[in-house]
Ligand binder design. Structure first.
Ligand code: TXA
Ligand code: MG
Length: 351
């Protein structure tokens, strides 16, 4: 199968992509978070194609993407007033709500659950396409299962070429990490996956905002089934350090020096400008990916998956990443860094 890339600049192109979706074919779609692998979320045939193209475990449910709030009612059986307020406040945007499903939403889509995840992406081309079909579009991130999520058309193409007929291109994703997934329990909001809509942004809407226990405690099973899988893993071995710039520079220098004996090792640093400068000044040979200023979590989050995929392309065997504090959006960035590093996160300056 040939995979074609469309810019979606004309009505005719969007119509063609809508027709593919109507025929149970898959179309990769741009969103503000990451690219999605879209198909008719109410069609078992299309959903099975999504799982096959990704190589995804079938118990991991899909998010249904809709062009507006009104499209949520037909696919859910109960929308609480809290859920309504969250949609009004954050849509279109990077917030996914888990709601009781309507009877006709197939279990292949929800991984056998009685609930369904819904989201309205903040991307004009994506919503224009979603408006042209009369069903919600199920779309997991458009990567092969276990690989970092794609934030550019090139990333999607590398994983999906030959597996899907079309990609709708809209340049790099502005957020770069997947949406926040929440469940409303009466007046409480439970965060099942941290993302750009943060705890402090949600706090004004509920009596309590808490994180799903399964996110931290290995003995608990996460309520978002996808969170239990090893995700976002680059090919190289990876470690994340959290600390001040001087602590980072010291730890990273030691790490680099310890590898010097290994002639096959190729180091990749994912660091801030402040951390990179002294490492480079010492002449430490490595592939440097510099996201921006130390502590700029928005840029760090946006650059992360792109960096991991770039390291893979460059044949990097050892990745050393700068972490951040777990405040606000930092929580989502650290959640992805923790998974990518296979939990090798080292807090410097703490004994
Ligand atoms: O930003 C995003 O959400 C991207 C873009 C493409 O929209 N999509 C995405 O989809 O990240 P995916 O399939 O990679 O992740 C969906 C997450 C998984 O962790 C899944 O377990 C959880 O949402 N999820 C889906 N339906 C659920 C449900 N009914 N109950 C609990 N968790 C659910
Ligand atoms: Mg994913």
């Amino acid at each position: 199968m040939e995979t074609k890339i469309y810019t979606g600049e004309t009505e005719a192109e969007l119509k063609l992509l809508a027709e593919l979706l109507q025929a149970d074919e898959l179309v990769a779609i741009p969103t503000e978070t990451v690219y999605g692998l879209g198909g008719n979320g109410l069609s078992e045939r299309a959903v099975k194609k999504i799982f096959a193209a990704k190589g995804r475990p079938s118990d991991n449910p899909l998010i249904l993407h809709v062009p507006n709030k009104e499209s949520v009612y037909p696919i859910t059986s109960d929308v609480s007033s809290l859920a309504e307020r969250l949609m009004d406040a954050f849509w279109p945007g990077p917030l996914t709500l888990v709601l009781p499903k309507a009877a006709h939403v197939p279990y292949v889509t929800t991984g056998g659950l009685e609930s369904v995840a819904v989201r309205c992406p903040d991307n004009d081309k994506c919503r224009a396409l979603l408006s042209l079909v009369d069903f919600p579009v199920g779309a997991p991130s458009a990567n092969i299962s276990g690989r970092p999520s794609p934030t550019t058309t090139r990333d999607v193409y590398e994983d999906m070429a030959g597996r899907i007929p079309a990609i709708l291109d809209d340049g790099p994703c502005s957020i770069g990490l997947e949406s926040t997934v929440v469940e409303c329990q009466e007046d409480k909001i439970v965060i099942l996956r941290p993302g750009r809509v943060t705890e402090s942004m949600l706090a004004p809407f509920a009596t309590k905002v808490e994180y799903d226990k399964g996110l931290q405690d290995v003995k608990e099973i996460p309520r978002a089934p996808g969170m239990k899988y090893k995700h976002y893993a680059p090919k190289g071995e990876m470690v994340t350090y959290v600390g001040t710039v001087s602590e980072l520079v010291m730890a990273m220098t030691d790490y680099w020096k310890n590898l010097r004996e290994d002639s096959d090792a190729r180091v990749g640093f994912f660091v801030s400008e402040e951390t990179a400068a002294p490492l480079q000044a010492q002449g430490l040979a490595a592939c440097y990916i510099i996201f921006g200023k130390h502590g700029d979590v928005a840029l760090q989050g946006q650059a992360l998956y792109d960096a991991l995929l770039t390291f893979d392309r460059e044949g990097i065997t050892h990745i050393v990443a700068e972490g951040t504090s777990e405040n606000d959006f930092g929580r989502a960035v650290m959640n992805r860094l923790d998974k990518a590093s296979n939990h090798q996160v080292i807090l410097l300056g703490k004994v």
